[in-house]
Design a protein around this ligand. Structure first.
Ligand code: NDP
Length: 287
């Protein structure tokens, strides 16, 4: 493909993004704050430049994959005038508010802005399972989607530049709580002589099967009627036995206490026979 592109930031992720573009045949200009990171990419055909300004001038499409929100401003604030009329795709992790702030900054500078949330680690870029969420400029997404698809599945989530980040962080919230749940289970069985590796082999197919319940829970949450028949009730979901067994094993009960509190608030409010999905009411109304 002959779409020219510049990549700012050659950390682990920026380098993986640039390598995938080179593999797809895009003329790629790369820049990194400290020297010495472009060697492999130059070997793959990249043009390495010494300043971010040269990189911005080299291509209409500019990809930023820096450390954080502050580093994006540090690099791009002095280049606002040079970015005018170009497309900036920011794949640096930021909060939704920071993404919106950058979108406003870009709008002031006459720059088409697209924010992205990378749902992959560097080794996954360009491989199956990699996906990137985008929001912001619809025009930019449509125009460059074939290029973005070189990194993984690309999806567009609306003109509010903060949404890609919001969805990214929501998915990570689910991931971290699941990981904590897995580690808690491993700690429960450890005193009984099971290794974490043995527990992982049991837990992975179990938790994979349980993701089938997401849609059932979602149907109840979206419908807003927690009395729908066929659900597991809050009373049945009580984690008392799990908390007690964790305590008996001499480990912290924090992970399971958190879920138990969400359940208990609804039972205490008189909703014990409603379905488990009702814990969303505890989450929506902080206790
Ligand atoms: P690295 O730590 O490997 O690289 C950070 C990059 O940012 C380096 O190129 C560094 O330059 C540059 N940088 C930091 N501060 C500044 C600054 N003030 N001015 C200019 N450049 C700066 O991080 P990653 O490549 O892993 O991550 C990059 C972004 O991608 C992050 O926002 C991260 O959250 C996101 N991301 C990463 C994932 C991962 O698994 N790695 C997954 C999803 C998103 P220098 O070499 O000069 O220090």
């Amino acid at each position: 493909d002959d779409v020219e592109v510049s990549v700012l930031g050659l950390g682990a992720m920026g380098s993986a993004l640039a390598a995938a573009l080179l593999k797809a045949g895009h003329p790629t200009t790369v820049w990194n704050r400290s020297a010495g990171k472009a060697g492999d990419l130059v070997g793959q055909g990249a043009v390495s430049v010494d300043t971010a300004g040269e990189a911005v001038r080299a291509s209409r499409l500019v990809i930023a994959c820096l450390l954080d929100h502050a580093s994006v401003h540090e690099v791009l604030d002095p280049l606002a005038a040079e970015l005018t009329g170009r497309v900036l795709v920011n794949l640096t992790t930021t909060s939704p508010a920071q993404a919106r702030e950058l979108a406003a900054w870009a709008a002031d500078a006459g720059v088409e802005y697209l924010d992205g949330g990378i749902m992959a680690v560097p080794a996954m870029i360009g491989q199956p399972g990699s996906s990137i969420l985008y929001s912001g400029s619809a025009v930019a997404f449509e125009q460059y989607k074939p290029l973005f698809d070189q990194w993984g599945a690309s999806s567009y989530h609306g003109t509010d530049a903060g949404l890609a980040s919001l969805y990214d962080l929501a998915l990570l919230a689910g991931m971290y709580v699941m990981f904590a749940g897995f580690v808690h289970g491993a700690a429960m069985v450890a005193p009984a002589g099971m290794t974490a590796g043995e527990f992982a082999a049991m837990a992975a197919p179990w938790l994979t099967a349980m993701t089938g319940a997401f849609q059932e829970i979602a149907t109840v949450v979206d419908g807003g009627d927690y009395t729908v028949a066929g659900q597991q009730s809050l009373e049945f979901s009580d984690l008392g036995d799990i908390v007690a067994a964790s305590s008996d094993q001499g480990i912290s009960t924090e992970v399971v206490d958190m879920v138990q509190r969400l359940i208990r608030r609804q039972i205490d409010a008189g909703h014990g026979t409603d379905g488990f999905a009702r814990i969303v009411e505890s989450i929506r109304q902080p206790g």
